[in-house]
Design a protein around this ligand. Structure first.
Ligand SMILES: NC(=O)c1ccc[n+]([C@@H]2O[C@H](COP(=O)([O-])OP(=O)(O)OC[C@H]3O[C@@H](n4cnc5c(N)ncnc54)[C@H](OP(=O)(O)O)[C@@H]3O)[C@@H](O)[C@H]2O)c1
Length: 240
């Protein structure tokens, strides 16, 4: 039986590339998304991968979503916690809601999803959890105390959960992408983006498939000895 994976935020950007890379590796993929039905329908049409709508920041919705995927596709062996948002602003301008939303979705989503799948993985003695962090969680970023805190939290979450999963064949790793060419980065003003690219030693933005390839490796059978690690994929921008 093929392994089953849930990729959160799996219908667009980096998540779409991850969904495709796992499918190419022979894994049955369920791609979660939040609300962009049009993009999700186009994704399913293009890839044949089923899309499931729920908010990863909602604990009960994650439990119900995983239950639905398991009823339709089988036990979940792999979770890629990729869903994420930005609500940027300096601390002077950041509202409590901007803080809460980013922590609830980006960091809370990892807890909610891991909580839903971990017991089954532990019982079956095999599991792969990959959390998508960020260079800005490692280095910080002006105007992103919420995002940097959430992503930095993901890196700590990864190391702690890896210790709980290790004896049970459940690996937990993180990837810290640098600037990748997706809708999220397209939202950055052009003059700011130009300055960002100028600081990337390889001289360009990363591509979503360059993150996806690493996720596929971490999710493979041969990835079993890699756990608690954070892989930086950032064109040499931050050597951590
Ligand atoms: N792009 C970069 O340069 C970069 C760099 C470092 C880290 N990252 C991280 O990589 C991940 C993917 O980024 P991206 O650039 O591919 O983002 P993106 O293009 O904005 O796509 C975000 C995806 O997450 C989903 N999503 C958002 N909120 C959600 C929620 N509450 N519940 C479920 N799904 C939700 C979206 O669903 P809808 O389509 O329904 O909105 C979409 O599928 C994020 O965690 C991001 O922080 C990105």
């Amino acid at each position: 039986m093929a392994r089953v994976a849930v990729v959160t935020g799996g219908t667009r950007g980096i998540g779409e590339a991850i969904s495709l890379a796992l499918k190419d590796a022979g894994i049955t993929v369920a791609a979660n998304y939040a609300g962009n039905d049009e993009k999700a329908a186009a994704f399913t049409e293009r890839t044949g991968i089923k899309a499931y709508k729920w908010d990863v920041g909602d604990f009960d919705a994650c439990a119900a979503g995983v239950q639905q995927v398991e009823a339709e596709l089988g036990p979940v062996d792999i979770v890629v916690n990729n869903a994420g948002i930005t609500r940027d602003g300096t601390i002077l301008k950041m509202t409590r809601d901007m803080w809460e939303d980013v922590i609830r979705i980006n960091l809370g989503g990892c807890f909610n999803m891991a909580h839903a799948v971990f017991p089954g993985m532990r019982t079956r003695k095999w599991g792969r959890i990959v959390n998508i962090g960020s260079i800005n969680g490692q280095a910080g970023q002006y105007g992103q105390v919420n995002y940097a805190a959430a992503k930095s939290g993901i890196h700590g979450f990864t190391k702690a959960l890896a210790q709980e999963g290790a004896r049970f064949g459940v690996t937990v790793n993180a990837i810290a992408p640098g600037y990748i060419d997706t809708d999220m980065v397209a939202a950055v003003p052009a003059d700011v983006l130009e300055k960002i690219v100028a600081k990337i030693p390889v001289g360009r933005l990363g591509q979503a498939h360059e993150i996806a390839r690493a996720v596929a490796f971490l999710c493979a059978e041969e990835g079993g000895f890699v756990t608690g690690s954070t892989l930086s994929i950032n064109g040499g921008q931050h050597m951590y």
